[in-house]
Design a protein around this ligand. Structure first.
Ligand SMILES: Cc1cc2nc3c(=O)[nH]c(=O)nc-3n(C[C@H](O)[C@H](O)[C@H](O)COP(=O)(O)OP(=O)(O)OC[C@H]3O[C@@H](n4cnc5c(N)ncnc54)[C@H](O)[C@@H]3O)c2cc1C
Length: 470
């Protein structure tokens, strides 16, 4: 056991996991959380009730030995179920056989992580501790609190989310970069309760999406028969939250845009009137550590938008990397920690930037492109290329969701494949030629891939993939 005692500020999803990973490697850890213990009384407030957990997240949960416990509360989600304006539903599988994402309850997952951390003899969790920042001193770092005495630790990890106070303090450090951006779109959650018999009101193996251009409605199933539904829409403008004022506006909006959903939403008005419109904020910063004493992990380092279902998964992947770095050489001095944390920043910062771009791009894909005939044809062609050449072509969604390659490599590969698809899709009469000569089109895509791999400068700029102007 090490004599070092680390502080973690924030017992959200990432804080509990990181605490466990550090303790399993012999470090004493105290996790400070501003909220009261969420296992007592109310569930977590304010944010999505359920989350999509995918391969990157599972890997970290396996490393920490809690994956089996999480599996007990996870519901498999195999693909997207798209609803058009006439109420027709189409299913698009996310991956190949056996690949899926999982819906888990945020509070259930948080409770598992906190309990697992707390049951480790080297971890203490202190609720009702609101940190106000830190001071680096000669022998360590002093963590400050509102209404509590400051406490000296060897290191502090800021896992205190998008509005991190640890990061806020870091912004006072020379050459620390920071930017924050709000989307012009917000979201409101509506619960779809189970039927009177306790059944799901819609197919429970998919993420339901009603894409409508500038806005979309979504429903993710929960174990137990309910769905958590979310309307993502602009704050302002013709079809926007500001223009849905009265109960009749709400009904009118849903009847016009999501006519097949409304009969499944018995609580629509009640939830509309009681749930807030929440905003979506992104954060970039650099570096993610100050010397050997302070580091940011999870949303505190890289807050993104939820449209790729990757925010938590990315935070968990930070934890996997920290575990791997600790396992490759357990630090025993401040120099060792500095090497480790510098390496962590260097390896993860490009990943954080890439997943933010990918998530912004996926908002446009989800709300706009998933109902576009050309986009759907492109997806069909890509699926055929991927099936006939599984070692050469991986759909971008799979690279992000079902692989562990760095997000920036997934982004680069996605750009290359999109550049190729742009060439394929610009062939005259692609719709009819695809039906007649799909094998030739697949061969052409693979030969273009060979060319692009040999010379990546062929990729046209600006990015053929990214249009993040939401
Ligand atoms: C609508 C929505 C849907 C989402 N869906 C998905 C999804 O499907 N899949 C996915 O992977 N991600 C999703 N995300 C992203 C995911 O919620 C975050 O990436 C994840 O919660 C980040 O975990 P974290 O522990 O870094 O931060 P948080 O979960 O925000 O936890 C931070 C913790 O720090 C505590 N804290 C804050 N300030 C202080 C302080 N001063 N002192 C002490 N404690 C403090 C907070 O109380 C909180 O407990 C979604 C996000 C939103 C908004």
């Amino acid at each position: 056991m090490s004599t070092e005692h680390h502080a973690i500020v924030g017992a959200g999803l990432v804080g509990g996991l990181l605490g466990l990973i550090l303790a399993q490697r012999g470090f004493q850890v105290t996790i400070y959380e501003r909220r009261s213990d969420p296992r007592i009384g109310k569930t977590l407030e304010g944010r999505s009730i359920n989350l999509a957990l995918s391969d990157r997240g599972w890997k970290a949960l396996e490393i920490a030995g809690v994956a089996d416990k999480v599996r007990e509360i996870a519901l498999p989600v195999l693909g997207r179920r798209m609803h058009d304006l006439s109420g027709n539903e189409t299913f698009q599988k996310y991956g190949v056989e056996g690949q899926c994402i999982y819906s888990v309850s945020r509070s259930g997952l948080n409770a598992i992580l906190i309990e697992a951390a707390e049951s480790h003899p080297l971890v203490k969790v202190k609720f009702d501790h609101v940190s106000t920042g830190y001071e680096i001193v000669k022998d360590g770092v002093v963590v400050n609190f509102k209404n509590e005495k400051a406490i000296l630790h060897d290191r502090v990890f800021g896992t205190d989310g998008v509005f991190s106070v640890i990061r806020e303090k870091m912004t006072h450090t020379d050459r620390f970069d920071f930017s924050q951006r709000y989307l012009p779109h917000g979201y409101k959650e509506i619960a779809m309760t189970p039927t009177e018999d306790g059944d799901f009101r819609m197919a429970n193996n998919g993420l339901h999406i009603w894409p409508r251009g500038q806005f979309m409605f979504m429903a993710l199933p929960n174990p137990g028969g309910s769905f958590t539904c979310t309307l993502f829409a602009p704050f302002e403008g013709e079809e926007s939250f500001e223009n849905i004022k009265s109960d009749s506006d709400v009904i009118d909006f849903f009847e016009r845009h999501f006519p097949d959903a409304i009969s499944h939403l018995p609580n629509l008005l009640e939830d509309w009137n009681s749930n807030p419109v929440s905003s979506l904020c992104t954060v970039k910063c650099f570096p993610w550590n100050i010397k050997s004493r302070v580091a940011l992990v999870g949303d505190a380092a890289h807050a993104i938008v939820p449209f790729f279902g990757q925010g938590m998964n990315a935070g968990f992947e930070d934890c996997s990397l920290i575990a791997e770095l600790l396992d490759s050489q357990l630090p025993s001095s401040e120099e060792d920690w500095l090497t480790l944390l510098d390496k962590y920043t260097r390896l993860r910062k490009p990943a954080g930037d890439a997943i933010l771009d990918l998530a912004l791009h996926n908002y446009i894909v989800m709300r706009d492109k998933t109902s576009d005939a050309t986009f759907l044809l492109q997806k069909k062609i890509e699926a055929k290329i991927a099936t006939t050449h599984p070692d050469r072509w991986k759909p971008l969604y799979s690279l992000v969701t079902f692989s562990h390659i760095p997000y920036q490599d997934a982004l680069a590969r996605g750009e290359m494949q999109q550049a190729i698809m742009n060439e394929i899709m610009s062939s005259p009469n692609i719709e009819s030629s695809w039906a007649k000569s799909s094998n030739e089109i697949v061969s052409r895509a693979i030969s273009l891939l060979n060319e692009y791999e040999a010379d990546a400068t062929k990729i046209a700029r600006p990015s053929p993939l990214l249009d993040t102007n939401v």
